[in-house]
Design a protein around this ligand. Structure first.
Ligand code: 5AD
Ligand code: SF4
Length: 369
């Protein structure tokens, strides 16, 4: 090759590298300043594969997290009160077609006692989570919510799936403050493949109903679902930007052996962290948990998520006798650890990364509770 031509190609490569870095710096600056990114920019950030570039993205998200919601990490006490489920989500170990689950239901009294106990430890929010269990009618749930609220000064978050508007209304009137209903994936076709009995549109409608009823609303998605592309994740980011939920849970998909997706590879930690970072940059002041799933795929997953934009942790307070049976995916973190050491370990994790443990109910930064 003539020397002149070689020099010209090297110069061209050098210039395009410089151009690429300048573009990246501009996008990151825009992300940091306003989060007002185009779809192409969102895709570019989610596609980063250079470790230094990813570190800069995560750092920008961490800075925006500090500016918009401070250093506080909010603690939510989780009670998984029933693992019965009428749904058949392809990814979940609790799906109704899995016959190998020992199904349990805590009694109303057990739920109230457990919740009051958690609130007594100065944890300001109780999360009541279950599969979609029709035994817990809205009236029964209202009784439980009322039972907790009459004895404890705490916020109540429900995470019990899709319900009719009237059910949501009844539970809100009984005193529920928040509702978590991850949208799972904002790509309707992928959603349809993973949920044999339901459609994305009904999910979306539930989120709108909850918002109308003045719940603080939580949405969110999984990362690394079989067949999911970066374009799909960009759909999630854009969906979350439009919906602007108070809370956003993002975690990696983890294959469960007793599901149709048993053989699928799980979600990747780095992609999950990039997704948390981009969502923080775009949504600014959402409450974002460092999910149990991210802590399950990596020993330091919780800390890594907390430094990539997250600001909530959810220690598990489900009584140990039931907890082993709430297996949405295998090797779930905290499965045998008693609640006291779980919260102790989480507080140490929070302090170790220079953050503070929040007190009080930790309501939405977007709308007052
Ligand atoms: N891997 C990771 N997350 C899962 N979830 C359900 N099954 C799995 C799995 N196999 C998540 C869903 C659901 C939340 C309670 O747990 O996003 O909304
Ligand atoms: Fe049921 Fe929720 Fe599991 Fe779906 S993800 S099967 S609704 S518990």
């Amino acid at each position: 090759m003539p020397v002149g031509r070689w020099t010209w190609s090297a110069a061209f490569l050098y210039n395009s590298l410089v151009d690429r870095m300048a573009v990246f710096t501009n996008v990151l600056e825009k992300a940091r300043n306003s989060g007002d990114l185009t779809r192409e920019e969102i895709i570019a950030l989610l596609s980063l594969d250079d470790a230094d570039d990813i570190a800069r993205l995560v750092q920008a998200a961490d800075e925006v997290r500090r500016e918009c919601v401070g250093d506080d990490v909010h603690i939510r006490g989780l009670i998984e009160f029933s693992n019965n489920c009428a749904q058949n989500c392809l990814y979940c170990g609790l799906r109704r077609d899995n016959p190998d689950v020992h199904r349990y239901r805590m009694t109303g009294e057990e739920i109230v006692e457990t919740a009051v106990g958690i609130a007594g430890k100065k944890i300001g929010t109780i999360v009541l989570q279950s599969g979609e269990d029709p035994w817990f009618t809205a009236e029964r749930m209202a009784g439980i919510i009322h039972g907790i609220k009459s004895r404890a000064d705490c916020a109540i978050t429900l995470s019990i799936g899709e319900r009719p508007y009237e059910d949501y209304r009844l539970m809100k009137e009984a005193g529920a403050d928040r509702y978590l209903l991850r949208h799972e994936t904002a790509s309707p076709e992928l959603y349809g493949r993973l949920h044999p009995d339901s459609q994305f549109e009904s999910r979306r409608q539930c989120l709108i109903d909850l918002r109308e009823l003045c719940y603080q609303v939580g949405a969110g998605c999984m990362v690394g679902l079989p067949g999911q592309t970066i374009e799909d994740l960009a759909n999630d980011v854009e969906f979350l930007r439009r919906l602007d939920p108070d809370m956003i849970g993002i975690g990696p998909f983890i294959a469960h052996p007793n599901t149709p997706l048993a053989e699928s590879p799980g979600g990747d930690l780095t992609l999950t962290l990039k997704m948390i970072a981009v969502v923080r940059l775009v949504t600014r002041n959402a409450l974002m948990p460092a999910t149990t799933a991210v802590g399950t795929i990596d020993e330091f997953g919780i800390e890594k998520a907390l430094t990539a934009g997250a600001n909530v942790v959810m220690p598990n307070y489900t009584p140990l006798e039931y907890r082993v049976y709430y297996e949405i995916y295998p090797n779930k973190r905290c499965i045998t650890e008693d609640p006291e050491s779980c919260i102790g370990r989480m507080s140490a994790q929070i302090l170790s990364i220079g953050r503070t443990v929040a007190e009080g109910p930790g309501h939405s930064y977007k709308r007052n509770g």
